[in-house]
Design a protein around this ligand. Structure first.
Ligand SMILES: CCCCCCCC/C=C\CCCCCCCCCCCCCCCC(=O)SCCNC(=O)CCNC(=O)[C@H](O)C(C)(C)COP(=O)(O)OP(=O)(O)OC[C@H]1O[C@@H](n2cnc3c(N)ncnc32)[C@H](O)[C@@H]1OP(=O)(O)O
Ligand code: FAD
Length: 615
C-alpha cells in the first residue's frame, strides 16, 4: 500500500537541509502510520499482530533515516503496557494507540546513560497537593537523546529519582505532558528542543528536556509495580528490576530489526556483485562477475547465513520473552535474570555483527558502495547506532558475563534453565572430548568456549527440524548455510578454540578448506538466496541492489537529481526548452557584476578626467 503512494518521491533526502529532512520525515511518517490507523479501524490489526505491522513499517526502513514517531510505538506504548496499572492503561493506551497523543521515552541524561541509578532528575512527592514536582537540578540532569522529543512528541515517559517523605526510593517512571495538546507550545516549566545533527537517524528528532519545578498529578507515576499512596507512603515493587521491562522488550525488538538491515545490505551487495564485472582471469576472456571471486564470496555469504541465523534466534527470543512475561504476571520471577542476560547478549552480538557485515557489504561494492544512493552508508549509520542505544554493547555483554559466572559458580547446586544447560556438559567435557570438524563438533567446541552458542545451536536445531519437510535440494542449501556460519566463526575465534579445546593444526587447515568449499558450493544459489529475502525495491531504495540489475542507469539517474546538476545541460540562453530567449538574455545580462552598481568607480577615476582632457 505504501509503495503505491507517491509522497516518497522527490529530491533525495541527502540534498535537503536538517530542517527540511525533519519536515519530510513527519510527512512520510504520517502517511505510513495513518495506514496503520486505517488498518486498526478496519479491524485488520490489533495488539496481537501489532509486532508484524509496526515492525514491518519501522523495520523495513521505508522511512529511510528513521522516524520521529518510532519511539511512540517502540517504547512509549510498551512502557505503559509494562509499567502502568490497569486504570492508567485504560486512561493512556487508547489515546496512544490511536495517536491522539504522541509519546517518547526520556531516560538518558547528559551526564548518565549506562548507570541509570546515577540519574539526577528528581520527582519529589508533595502530599499537600497530591502532586510530584519534577526538577532538573543541574545541566547534566537534562534528558538527552529521546527520539521524537525535539519537536514531535507532546507526552513522554520520564525516568526520575523518586523522593517521598524525605527519602529517595531510586528511579521510577512517570508519564508527563510536555507540550500543549492544542497549540503544541512547550508547557511552562518545560525546557525542550532538538539535540542536533548526528552520524545517522537524522530524521528521528532526538531531543533534550529539562524541568523547572514542574508539577504533575500523583496518578502520573506508573504504578503497576511500585506505588506512592496519597499520604506519600511508598509501596515497594516485588523486584526492583521489573521497571526495566520496556528496555528488555526493546532489546528483543532490536534483534528483529538487525535481521531486516542485514538482509537488506546483503541483498544489495550480492545483486550488485552479480552485475558488476571486473578483471580478466585470462587475457582476452570476458571480464568476471565479481561474485565469482572467492574473496568476494568470503565478504558476502556469511551475511546471508547470519541473516537466517538471527531471524531464527529472534523468533526464539520472542517466545522466551513472552513465556517469561506470562510467568512474571503469575508472580514467578525465577527466569527474569536469564531473560535479561539473553536479551543483553543477543542485542549486543547481533548489532555488532550486523554493523560489521553491513560495512563489509559496502566495501564489497567498491566505490559505488560509497554513494549515498546505494543505501549502504545510511544503513550503516542506522545499524551502528544500535550498538550504543538501549544499552551500550560492552556494558550489556558484561551483564551476560555476570549472569554466566554466577550460574557457573552454582553449577552443582542449581537446576539449570534450558539456555544455560550447556554449561554443565561443557564444564565436564573441557579437554576431555576430542575435536571433531563437523557442525556438531564445532558447536560442542563453542559450548566449551561458551560464545555464540546460542545463536549457532539454535540455527542448527531449527534447520535440522526444517530439513524434514523441505525438498532435498533446499535441505542441501540450508545445511550449507549452517555449515558456513559455524566454520566462519570457528576460524574467526580460533584463539578461543585453541585455548579451550584440543583442536589440532591439521584440523584447522582442513576447516579452512571446508570453508572455501562451502563458499564455492553456495555460489550458484547466491542471488536466489538474497531474492528469497523478498525485499521489494521500494524497501531497498538502492541504485545497486534493485531486482532488475539496472545498476549503471540508476546511478546516472540519481546523479542527475543532484541540485548541482539542476541547471540545464545546454546552458544556453538561446536554446532552452521553453523558448524564453529574450527574457533569458536579459536575466543573464543582469547577472553581470558590472550591473550591480549604476556607475563604476573607473568613470570618476579615469574616464571622466580623460574625457575632460585632464589626463
Ligand atoms: C504495543 C507496542 C508493540 C510494538 C511492537 C513492535 C514490535 C516490532 C517487532 C519487530 C520489528 C523490528 C522493527 C523495529 C524497529 C526498531 C526501531 C528502533 C528505533 C530506535 C529505537 C531507539 C531506542 C533507544 C532507546 C534508548 O536507548 S532508552 C535508554 C536505554 N538505556 C539503557 O539501556 C541503559 C543501560 N543500562 C542498564 O540497563 C542498567 O543500568 C545496567 C547496566 C544493566 C545496570 O543496572 P543497575 O545499575 O540498575 O543494576 P546493577 O546494580 O548493576 O545490577 C543489579 C542486578 O539487576 C540485574 N539487572 C539489571 N538490569 C536488569 C533487567 N533489565 N532485568 C533483570 N535484571 C536486571 C543485574 O544483572 C544485577 O543482577 P545480579 O543478580 O547480578 O545482582
Ligand atoms: C541514536 C540514539 C538514540 C537514543 N535514543 C534514546 C531514547 O530514545 N531515550 C533515551 O533515554 N536514551 C536514548 N539514547 C541513549 C542511549 O541509551 C545511551 O547513549 C546508551 O545507553 C549509552 O549510554 P552513554 O551514552 O551514557 O554511554 P557511556 O555509558 O558514557 O559509555 C561510554 C563508554 O564507557 C563504557 N562504559 C560505561 N560504563 C561502563 C562499565 N560499567 N564498565 C565498562 N565500560 C563502561 C562504555 O562501554 C563506552 O565505551 C539513544 C542513543 C543513541 C545513540
Amino acid at each position: 500500500m505504501l509503495s503505491k503512494r507517491e509522497v516518497f518521491d522527490g529530491v533525495p533526502e541527502e540534498y535537503l537541509s536538517h530542517k527540511e529532512r525533519y519536515e519530510n520525515a513527519i510527512r512520510n511518517s504520517v502517511v505510513a502510520f495513518s495506514l496503520v490507523r486505517k488498518m486498526q479501524e478496519e479491524g485488520k490489526t490489533s495488539i496481537n499482530n501489532y509486532r508484524d505491522v509496526v515492525g514491518g513499517l519501522l523495520g523495513s526502513s521505508v522511512l529511510r533515516d528513521g522516524s520521529p514517531l518510532g519511539l511512540h510505538y517502540i517504547m512509549f506504548m510498551p512502557a505503559i503496557l509494562n509499567q502502568a496499572n490497569e486504570e492508567q492503561q485504560e486512561k493512556w493506551l487508547p489515546r496512544a494507540w490511536n495517536c491522539s497523543i504522541i509519546g517518547s521515552y526520556a531516560q538518558t541524561e547528559l551526564g548518565h546513560g549506562t548507570f541509570i541509578r546515577g540519574l539526577e532528575t528528581t520527582a519529589t512527592y508533595d502530599a499537600a497537593t497530591k502532586q510530584f514536582v519534577l526538577h532538573s537540578p543541574t545541566l547534566t540532569a537534562y534528558k538527552w537523546w529521546p527520539g521524537g522529543l525535539g519537536q514531535t512528541a507532546n507526552y513522554c515517559i520520564v525516568v526520575a529519582q523518586l523522593y517521598t517523605k524525605g527519602q529517595c526510593h531510586g528511579i521510577h517512571s512517570f508519564i508527563i505532558q510536555v507540550r500543549d495538546e492544542e497549540t503544541h507550545m512547550p508547557l511552562p516549566g518545560i525546557k525542550i528542543g532538538e539535540i542536533g545533527a548526528k552520524l545517522g537517524l537524522n530524521a528521528v528528532n532526538n531531543g533534550f528536556l529539562g524541568f523547572d519545578n514542574y508539577r504533575i498529578p500523583r496518578t502520573n507515576m506508573l504504578m503497576k509495580h511500585a506505588q506512592v499512596l496519597e499520604d506519600g507512603t511508598y509501596v515497594k515493587s516485588r523486584h526492583s528490576k521489573l521497571n526495566y521491562g520496556a528496555m528488555v522488550f526493546v532489546r528483543v525488538v532490536i534483534v528483529f530489526d538487525m535481521v531486516n538491515y542485514l538482509s537488506k545490505a546483503v541483498t544489495i551487495a550480492t545483486r550488485f556483485s552479480a552485475v558488476r564485472r571486473q578483471c580478466q582471469l585470462k587475457a582476452g576472456e570476458t571480464e568476471c562477475q565479481i561474485l565469482d571471486y572467492v574473496t568476494q564470496q568470503h565478504k558476502l555469504f556469511v551475511s546471508i547465513a547470519a541473516a537466517h541465523a538471527f531471524r531464527i534466534t529472534a523468533n526464539k527470543l520472542w517466545l522466551t520473552f513472552n513465556e517469561v512475561n506470562e510467568q512474571l504476571v503469575e508472580g514467578n520471577l525465577q527466569r527474569l535474570p536469564e531473560l535479561h542476560a539473553l536479551a543483553c547478549c543477543l542485542k549486543a552480538v547481533t548489532t555488532a555483527d550486523t554493523a560489521a557485515c553491513v560495512e563489509r557489504c559496502r566495501l564489497a561494492c567498491g566505490g559505488h558502495g560509497y554513494m549515498m544512493s546505494s543505501s549502504l552508508p545510511l544503513t550503516y549509520g542506522l545499524v551502528t547506532a544500535a550498538c550504543t542505544y538501549e544499552g551500550e554493547n560492552t556494558v550489556l555483554l558484561l551483564q551476560t558475563a555476570r549472569f554466566l559466572v554466577k550460574t557457573y559458580q552454582q553449577l552443582d547446586s542449581k537446576a539449570l534453565t534450558p539456555t544455560v544447560a550447556y554449561l554443565k556438559t561443557a564444564a565436564a567435557e573441557r579437554f576431555c572430548v576430542g575435536w571433531s570438524n563437523t557442525t556438531e563438533g564445532i558447536i560442542r567446541g563453542f559450548q566449551v568456549v561458551a560464545m555464540r552458542v546460542i545463536i549457532m545451536s539454535t540455527f542448527n536445531e531449527e534447520v535440522q527440524e526444517m530439513s524434514r519437510t523441505v525438498s532435498p535440494q533446499l535441505k542441501e542449501v540450508l545445511h550449507q548455510l549452517v555449515d558456513l556460519y559455524c566454520t566462519y566463526w570457528a576460524l574467526e575465534k580460533l584463539s578461543d578454540l585453541l585455548l579451550y579445546t584440543p583442536i589440532s593444526q591439521k584440523e584447522v587447515e582442513s576447516l579452512r578448506l571446508r570453508y572455501e568449499e562451502t563458499l564455492t558450493n553456495l555460489r550458484p544459489n547466491a542471488v536466489g538466496l538474497v531474492d528469497a529475502f523478498d525485499l521489494r525495491d521500494e524497501m531497498l531504495q538502492s541504485t545497486l541492489g534493485s531486482y532488475d540489475g539496472r545498476v549503471y542507469e540508476r546511478l546516472m539517474e540519481e546523479a542527475m537529481k543532484s541540485p548541482l546538476n539542476a541547471e540545464p545541460m545546454l546552458q544556453s540562453t538561446l536554446g532552452s526548452y521553453d523558448g524564453r530567449v529574450y527574457e533569458r538574455l536579459m536575466e543573464e545580462a543582469m547577472k553581470s557584476p558590472l550591473n550591480a552598481e549604476p556607475v563604476n568607480y573607473t568613470f570618476h577615476k579615469y574616464l571622466k578626467p580623460f574625457m575632460q582632457g585632464k589626463l
